[in-house]
Design a protein. Structure first.
Length: 188
């Protein structure tokens, strides 16, 4: 019989109690330490970072975001050990040739999305493309550039407007990477 197996069998109650104590201490301290990290990041960034806006991405690492100004979001990674160690400014609107027509479609999509439930996208980024007959506005989360395999930030809505009759259809793409139609009554 293996000596390690024998030791584990003889001391399984002590080991279980010890692991339970470590787990309870971790559960009690983790929110306090995260709050301290949020306060440190707030002081570093000179912006009030919310505790809820820092989502865990791995052990000791958090992904945060805030509205930097009217045109950009600031996305950052923070950890217990380094504070903020990676950050980027993400433009709210990612299109080059701004026309009145583009603003109309983006503001229409923003109004439609703001009136819908559930709102999965906390920091919406709008991208517009199209041609003479259609305008395609894509809404995605600014944090999606930082998380490759995390399903929560991978939601993307595509609004396709027919310029001639002002009708539209909506498609949704999530972590499965399959575009599927969304009922229009969701966006009234």
């Amino acid at each position: 019989m293996d000596p390690l197996y024998r030791y584990l069998q003889q001391n399984k109650r002590t080991i279980a109690v010890s692991l339970s104590c470590v787990f309870i201490i971790w559960c009690a301290l983790a929110p306090v330490v995260k709050l301290m990290l949020a306060e440190h990041v707030s002081a570093t960034e000179n912006y009030d970072i919310s505790y809820q806006n820092m989502a865990p991405i791995s052990f000791g690492k958090f992904l945060g975001a805030y509205s930097f100004n009217d045109t950009h979001y600031k996305i950052f990674e923070a950890s217990y050990w380094k504070g903020v160690h990676r950050s980027d400014l993400i433009p709210v609107n990612s299109y080059e040739h701004v026309t009145t027509e583009n603003y109309e479609y983006i503001s229409r999509v923003a109004a439609l999305y703001d009136s819908s439930l559930p709102q999965e996208i906390d920091y919406p980024v709008y991208n517009i493309t199209g041609n003479s007959t259609t305008a395609i506005v894509t809404v995605s989360d600014a944090r999606s550039v930082y998380v490759k395999y995390w399903a929560y930030f991978k939601v993307e809505y595509t609004f396709i407007f027919d310029k001639e009759n002002s009708g539209y259809v909506v498609f949704m793409k999530d972590q499965r990477d399959i575009k599927r139609p969304v009922p229009l009554n969701r966006f009234n």
